[in-house]
Design a protein around this ligand. Sequence first.
Ligand code: GRF
Length: 207
Amino acid sequence: MTRRTRLSVLASGSGSNLQALLEACAPPEFPGKVVLVVSDVPTARALDRARAAGVAAEVLEPRAFPDRGAFDAALAGLLQARGVEAVCLAGFMRLLGPRFLSAFPHRVLNVHPALLPAFPGLHAARQALAAGVKLTGCTVHLVDEGVDTGPIVAQAAVPVLEGDDEARLQARIQAEEHRIYPEAVRALCEGRLRVDGRSVAVAPPAG
Ligand code: GRF
């Protein structure tokens, strides 16, 4: 059996992407395994989803730390103590700085509900509706210190339909997130990502 990459998922909210990752990782043949879920919000539903799946869930509250760097260092230390090898942000509403990212170089992924570099930041579906675009979507990218600026790993397009409101558009985008995020995580775990500056090549699966 191939060795499974030890993953941590960081989530601040509902955790539907966490759920998709937990389900993808459930079969023992998946090359990654979620060993720890961490939230900065004690009431996050993501924590319940983790516990229901039998995965360790921890809360790390930013207010317990003097500054962002101290929080980042504590978070990195917690993950390293559990042998975490790669990290998935899933609705994690905090920016991570060098003290965290340097612990996991090219090993932190995020999912964003727009076709980056369009509509970074909050309320991406709302931004897409306001801009009147006909096509939006979602992006999985490697995390750097910017807001949704890291090298792009995977994208899926979602049409904006007549009469869409934010909730309907967001729901269709999320369905695509739940599809492409586990695939990107699989590629990372299988060592199929080659990063060259801003460009990420994803090699096809073996066999
Ligand atoms: C997702 O839409 C993701 O793109 C963004 O935050 C949202 C989290 O949703 N980064 P959920 O908590 O996974 O349901």
